[in-house]
Design a binder for this molecule. Structure first.
Ligand code: ADP
Length: 479
C-alpha cells in the first residue's frame, strides 16, 4: 500500500494553517496600527499646528490694528515697534502654515488666498511708501477684517478636519479590535476542528487495531480490520491483516495436520487396545500376573492416547462446525446427578466431597445431553483433579429469572487461577503455569466446553483468585 497522506503531512498542514491565520491577523493589526499612527501624526503635526498658529495670527492682526491706531494718535515709537513685532509674528505663523504645504500636507486653499492677499497688500504698501515716502503703516480695517474672516474660516475647516480624523481614528481602532477578535475566533475554531479531525483520524484506526489485537489475544484468531486511511495507520492495518491472514493459514494447517494425524492413528490404536484387552482376558491363552500387570498398564496408557485423539478430533470438528448441536428440553438435575455418579470413584480416591445444591423448581434447559454432560464432567473433573486431598467441590444449580437462563456453578478450594491467565485457559492446549506439574491433561477440556456452550447460545467464564479456589459458571437458555 502506498502512503499518500502521511500523518506528519496532516500535522504540518494544520500547523501551517494556524500559523497562516496567526500571521494574517498580525498583518491586519499592523496595517491598522499604521493607519492609526498616520492619522494621529496628521492631527499632531498639521491640525494642532494650524489651530495654534491661526489663533496667534488673529491675535497678531488685532495687535497690529490696535498699535497702529495708538501710534497714529500718540506718535510714540513703542507702538511702531509693537506693530512691527506683531506683523513679524503674523508672517512667521503664516509661513509655518504654508510650510506644511511644501511638506506635501494638504492645507486649506484659504491659507494660500490669505498669503496672496497679504503679499499683494505689502506690495501696494511699498508703492505707496515710495510715492509719498512717509512711515505710513496703514492697514485698512476692512482688510484686517477680511483676513480675520479668512483665518476663522480656515480654523473652522481645520476643526472639521480634526473631527473627521478623530472619527477615522475611532473607526480604525474598532476595526483593529474586530479583526483581532475575528483572527482569534478563527484560530480557536480552526484549532479545535483541526485537533478533532486529527484526533479522530488517529484514534479510530488505533481503536480498530486495538480491537483486532484484543480479538487475537482472546480467540487466537482475528477478523480483518478495516482502516481505509492512506497514511501510516493504513499501512499498519495492511501489515496487521497480512499477519492475521498468515496466522490463520498456519492455524488451519496445524489443525488439518492434527486432525489427519488423529484420524490416522485412532484406528490402529483401537485395534492395539482391543488386542491387549483380549490378551488380558486370556482369550489367546493363560498369562501370568506379571504379564497381566504390564498389559493392564499398556491398556490404560493406550486408553489415554485414544481419549486424547478423540478430543483432538472433537476440537477440530467443533471448530470447523461439523458438529451440529441438536438441543431439546433437558432436566439439569438428572444431568448433574449423572456426572456426580461418573466421577464418584475419582472423588473418593482423592478424598474429595462433592456437594450438589439445587434450588426448587429447576426449569428445563435447551441442550444436547451428550455434549452438555461432557462439559459438566469436564468442569467437575477439573474441580476434583485440582483440589487438594480432603477438599470440597460444590455444584450449584439455580435459575436466573431476569435473563431466562439457568446458572450452573462449580466451585472448588483448589489452587485458583492467576488473574492474568484466566483469559487464556479457554484457549486450546493452554494450561496455567501453577498446575503444569499435573501430568494428566493437555488443555483441551475447557476449549471444547466453551465451543459446546457457545453453540448452545450460552456463556461460560471463571471467577478465581490465586490460592482461593475457582468457580466456573455456565449459563444455558431455559427451555
Ligand atoms: P486440562 O485440565 O486437561 O489441563 P482444561 O482445558 O480442562 O485442560 O483446563 C485448562 C487449564 O485450566 C488447566 O490446565 C488448569 O491450568 C486450568 N484449570 C481448569 N480448571 C481448573 C480448576 N478447577 N482449578 C484450577 N485450575 C483450573
Amino acid at each position: 500500500m502506498k502512503i499518500r497522506h502521511r500523518i506528519t503531512n496532516k500535522l504540518f498542514a494544520w500547523y501551517f494553517l494556524l500559523v497562516l491565520i496567526f500571521y494574517g491577523t498580525i498583518l491586519v493589526f499592523y496595517v491598522n496600527v499604521q493607519k492609526i499612527m498616520s492619522i494621529s501624526e496628521d492631527i499632531v503635526n498639521k491640525n494642532y499646528k494650524i489651530s495654534s498658529s491661526s489663533k496667534k495670527m488673529i491675535e497678531d492682526l488685532l495687535n497690529m490694528e490696535e498699535n497702529e491706531q495708538k501710534y497714529r494718535i500718540l506718535k510714540k515709537k513703542n507702538y511702531l515697534d509693537y506693530f512691527i513685532n506683531a506683523q513679524k509674528d503674523f508672517e512667521t505663523n503664516l509661513n509655518e502654515i504654508l510650510q506644511l504645504k511644501s511638506n506635501e500636507t494638504l492645507i486649506s486653499k484659504d491659507w494660500i488666498e490669505l498669503d496672496n492677499s497679504y503679499r499683494k497688500f505689502l506690495n501696494s504698501l511699498k508703492d505707496t511708501k515710495e510715492a509719498d515716502s512717509s512711515e505710513l503703516l496703514w492697514v485698512p480695517e476692512e482688510m484686517i477684517n477680511e483676513w480675520i474672516q479668512r483665518i476663522s474660516k480656515a480654523r473652522l475647516q481645520n476643526e472639521h478636519d480634526v473631527e473627521l480624523a478623530t472619527r477615522e481614528l475611532n473607526h480604525q481602532g474598532q476595526m483593529t479590535v474586530k479583526s483581532g477578535l475575528i483572527g482569534l475566533g478563527v484560530s480557536i475554531i480552526m484549532g479545535l476542528l483541526g485537533s478533532i479531525f486529527l484526533t479522530r483520524s488517529m484514534i479510530l484506526p488505533i481503536r480498530e487495531l486495538q480491537k483486532g489485537i484484543k480479538s487475537i489475544a482472546k480467540e487466537s484468531l482475528s477478523e480483518q480490520i478495516r482502516i481505509r486511511s492512506k497514511d501510516e495507520f493504513g499501512e499498519l492495518a495492511a501489515a496487521f491483516n497480512e499477519m492475521t491472514f498468515r496466522l490463520k493459514e498456519e492455524e488451519r494447517m496445524r489443525s488439518d495436520f492434527i486432525s489427519m494425524l488423529s484420524h490416522e492413528t485412532r484406528t490402529p490404536l483401537t485395534s492395539i487396545r482391543e488386542s491387549v484387552n483380549m490378551i488380558v482376558e486370556e482369550v489367546m491363552g493363560p498369562i501370568n500376573d506379571r504379564q497381566r500387570k504390564f498389559l493392564e498398564i499398556s491398556s490404560s496408557e493406550i486408553g489415554r492416547i485414544c481419549d486424547l485423539m478423540n478430543h483432538l478430533i472433537q476440537v477440530s470438528r467443533l471448530e470447523s462446525g461439523v458438529i451440529k448441536i441438536q438441543p431439546y428440553p433437558l432436566d439439569p438435575s438428572i444431568l448433574v446427578s449423572k456426572c456426580r455418579y461418573h466421577l464418584k470413584p475419582l472423588a473418593e480416591s482423592n478424598d474429595i466431597t462433592v456437594k450438589i445444591e439445587m434450588s426448587k423448581d429447576i426449569p428445563l434447559v435447551m441442550g444436547d445431553p451428550e455434549n452438555l454432560q461432557q462439559v459438566i464432567l469436564n468442569l467437575m473433573g477439573n474441580a476434583i483433579k485440582f483440589s487438594p486431598r480432603g477438599g470440597r467441590v460444590l455444584v450449584r444449580v439455580e435459575p436466573d429469572e431476569n435473563i431466562q437462563m439457568l446458572r450452573v456453578s462449580i466451585s472448588d478450594n483448589g489452587p485458583g487461577i492467576p488473574e492474568e491467565e484466566q483469559s487464556f485457559i479457554f484457549n486450546k492446549y493452554y494450561r496455567a503455569k501453577n498446575v503444569r506439574k499435573h501430568s494428566d491433561g493437555v488443555g483441551l477440556g475447557l476449549s471444547i466446553s466453551k465451543h459446546i456452550i457457545e453453540a448452545h447460545n450460552g456463556t461460560i467464564w471463571v471467577k478465581s483468585a490465586l490460592g482461593h479456589g475457582s468457580t466456573f459458571e455456565v449459563r444455558l437458555p431455559i427451555a
